[in-house]
Design a protein around this ligand. Sequence first.
Ligand code: UD1
Length: 360
Amino acid sequence: MRILVCGGAGYIGSHTCVALAGRGHQVVIADSGVNSSSRVMQRLQRLVGAPLSMHRVDVRDRRAMAALFATYRFDAVLHFAALKAVGDSCRRPLDYFDNNIGGTIALLQVMQEAGVRRLVFSSSATVYGDPSQVPVREDAALQATNPYGRTKLVAEQLIEDLCGSDPHFRAANLRYFNPVGAHPSGLIGEDPCGEPNNLMPYICQVAVGQRDRLQVFGSDYPTVDGTGVRDYIHVVDLARAHVDALEYMVGADRGFTVNLGTGRGISVLELVHAFERASGRRIPYDVVARRPGDSAEVFADPSLAHALLGWRAEHDVDAMCRDAWHWQAQNPQGYRSPLRRATTPRVQRPRAVVARLAGA
Ligand code: UD1
């Protein structure tokens, strides 16, 4: 299939482009560049082994998007293009509404005009707010606790309404838990702008010496060791789920919503210790007050994704930490780091390297 990947130069989008190409799909990227590096393209091409089409377009720019749809006949759209920092969304909610909700509306309109009726949407476990029960199932109560969360919830709802109005429109809402890690080649990974908001990129920056110490937000939660518990999922597993969802949708007579997580909760300190083992570096930390808005424990029931798509997460927390560290050690400044000639996957036999890249 020929797939438009909106936000394909970002963290999860770029890994999904590799997975799509590995399964023989043709990828066209539309990315505004607001939260991604133009250097990701050269890395992606090296991974995929073929030129990729990349267009610097904001999904809100209906004219430019319509021109893209007129140039290519897309079979489906994957929509990653959104802002995603919770604190930032509280400071400038209108920008989040405009980008995430306005962007989704514009994209859906252009899709409808072009007669493209398959969408895979990047949603988030944030739509569950502070869940009353774990593991969290897809039929749990939905609730927005901040402007970012509201944009995901509203976008899901407006996609559902569009599906209600057009029996041929199919959408897959993928609710991500906590994506971490990087492609095992070390060529692409997470490159946050400024101070990371999320735990894993923060740990990586401490490990590489860019930050002195981690702050652990609270150690008095009713959890295994008092620190917050989350469901971390390797980004390569998450990327594969998008291709599974897309291919499933082609034969399905309706859309669907699934959780994407491992189903296993890991505490902040468990993740810190796993990272120390994987990297051989010590992660100094201080326990500080709880972060407002945080839940004690959030992890998925991922059984619906397995039942529908045959998908399940394959990488454990050690693999997540190993690959996150490999990316960070190879690229201490993220994409601003020079592309090393010697950067290859840590798989010795060339045939295995090719197989792994193609399947990742
Ligand atoms: C956060 C967002 C959530 C968003 C998700 C992915 C909040 C309240 N929630 O979720 O809406 O969907 O990121 O972008 O911001 N932690 C530390 N020290 C740190 C950073 C985090 O101890 O420097 C702890 C947190 O308290 C939490 C765990 O690590 O217990 C994971 O935090 P984080 O990576 O921010 O993810 P979420 O809290 O799940």
